[in-house]
Structure formats: C-alpha cells, structure tokens
Design a protein around this ligand. Sequence first.
Ligand code: SAM
Length: 217
Amino acid sequence: NYRSRSVYKLIELDQKYKLLNPGNVVIDCGAAPGGWSQYISQKVFLDITKEEKNSSTIADDNDGDDNLIVADRKEEQEQKGLVIAIDLLSILPIHGVNFIQGDFTHASIQKKLQDLLKGRKADIVVSDMAPNFSGQHLADHVKSMDLCEAALSLSDQILKSEGSFLCKFLMGGTEEEFKKRLQERFKQVRYEKPDASRPKSTEGYYMCLGYKNNIEP
Ligand code: SAM
C-alpha cells in the first residue's frame, strides 16, 4: 500500500544496487506524497520482529528470551537509522520518518536538515524532485537540473565516503555536463531508466555509488 507509483522505480534500483540497509541514514528530497519514504523506512527500520520470529519458531523454547532479543535489536536499529524527508508539500506522517516541509534549495531548510543530522553523515541521498511543469521542455529541463545541482551540493556536505546518490532529471541536453561532475565525485555513475518509469517520459536517473573526496570526521 504505497502512496505513489513512483516507489516501484526506487524498489527496482534498490534491488539492483542493494542501496538501502538497516540502520542507514537516508535523505529523501522531494518526498511527497511519501511512497519512497515509506519504502525507505521499511528498509532502514527493517521489520526484524517478523523475520526473527519466523526463524525462532523452529527452536522456540517459549521462555520469552527471543522476544527480548528482538526488542533490543529493534531499538538498536531505531537509534541508529535516520530517515529525513523534505518536500514543498506536506505529507501524512510515516513511521520513523522526520519530515521537513519547505523548499529544498533554501538555506533555512538545509539548516533544519543539518540540525536533525546532528553531525552524522548520510549513507544515501535520493532525489525524486521534479519542478512544476511549465510545458516548455527546455525550461523544465533547466529547472530539473537546478534541483539536481542543489541535491548534489547538499550531498557534498553530508555524504559519507562510499555513500550513494540517486537523482531524477528531465533530459534536455545539459545532463551530460552534470554527469561529468558526478563522475568526479563518485566511483561509479550510471544512467538508469527503471522499467516502472513511463517509456514516453523524458525522465531519467543518475545512480551514483562510492562517494569520493570526502574525509570522514
Ligand atoms: N518520490 C515521491 C513519492 O514516492 O511519493 C514522489 C515525488 S514527486 C515526483 C516530486 C516532488 O518534488 C513533488 O512532491 C514536489 O513538491 C517536490 N519538489 C519539487 N521542487 C522541490 C523543492 N524545491 N523543494 C522540495 N521539494 C520539491
């Protein structure tokens, strides 16, 4: 029961690249209505209760210890994992997701994000941000690339070394130039057009792995 169809693109890329893992720190830019954030939260705060219970039924001695272990591990992950979502629009609350409403490109919003991070670095920054379409393809392309630039410059401040970055853009000519800058910063940069993305749409994604040039504190 995801809130967006768009989530299937993220699921496809996650399955291909094993992006999201329990305990990760993840930033979701352009999160409304919340499909990506729902999936991210499920992966980061993995429902170990279900998993562990299934495996423990085999040797269940019914003394209740298993439940304690599960509760401890769950608490540990919830302390470790952090999901921050941002959008211009509001979203209905999602378990474990810290939501900031506002314009991602504004310094005040990025300051709020830094405050929530409390000095921690992100494992992954994802951006599914898209501008309000004007109908003029070139103008929309340029706006979309500006959003990518903003997401990348934030990543430069908060991404862990070896971290990942995923961003959506609308094709239109200047994406190759942007890709070159991505290649300077990441070990691997791939163009992706997930099956779940409508073939006719001009959207594409850059999947970037292995953030370089960053010294961890
Ligand atoms: N991934 C989302 C999901 O699964 O529900 C769908 C995202 S939707 C395609 C794109 C979102 O980007 C819109 O909700 C829009 O409000 C947001 N957006 C566009 N420009 C933004 C900006 N400057 N700051 C924050 N959000 C922005």
